[in-house]
Design a protein. Structure first.
Length: 152
């Protein structure tokens, strides 16, 4: 039975895990293959990545540790990404990147979420890395707006 969430680190020289991280990212999606692909790419780019397969698992991870950024699907069984963002941002203004094929279905509600970027599926992982960097820089500079990215 696969693990519901995995912690990823970077492999340093000699094969040991390098815990020096550019930031800690929570990746939430009910598709385990997509979660794994995103976390592998983020880990290779120097981020510490934690996976969650649902909003409930994401909240449990959120209570265990702090995150610099959240990457989440919008449309998930048992609760959507906007409900998750509302809950998370009550305690901390964390930047959120939504990865979705259903942006139009959530357009009105998306404007309630602070510091959010929306990327369309299918997603180019290189675009995600660019948006992650920009979101973390935006957090440092106080940028707080809805951005919509187009994945190529």
């Amino acid at each position: 039975m696969p693990h519901e969430h995995l912690h990823h680190g970077r492999l340093g020289s000699g094969g040991h895990i390098d815990r020096t991280s550019k930031g800690t990212i929570l990746v939430v999606d009910n598709d385990p293959e997509l979660r794994n692909v995103l976390c592998v790419r983020l880990s290779r780019a120097g981020y510490d990545c934690v996976e969650a397969g649902s909003g409930a698992q994401a909240l449990a991870e959120w209570q265990r540790r702090s995150f610099d950024l959240v990457v989440s699907d919008l449309n998930m069984p048992g609760g959507d990404g906007i409900a998750l963002a509302d809950t998370l941002q009550r305690s901390e203004n964390v930047p959120i990147i939504f990865v979705t094929g259903f942006r139009e279905d959530f357009r009105t509600r998306l404007h309630r979420v602070k510091d959010v970027t929306v990327l369309e599926k299918p997603l180019d992982p290189a675009v995600l890395l660019e948006v992650v960097e920009a979101s973390l820089v935006g957090r440092d500079t106080g940028d707080d707006g809805l951005r919509v990215g187009e994945a190529s």
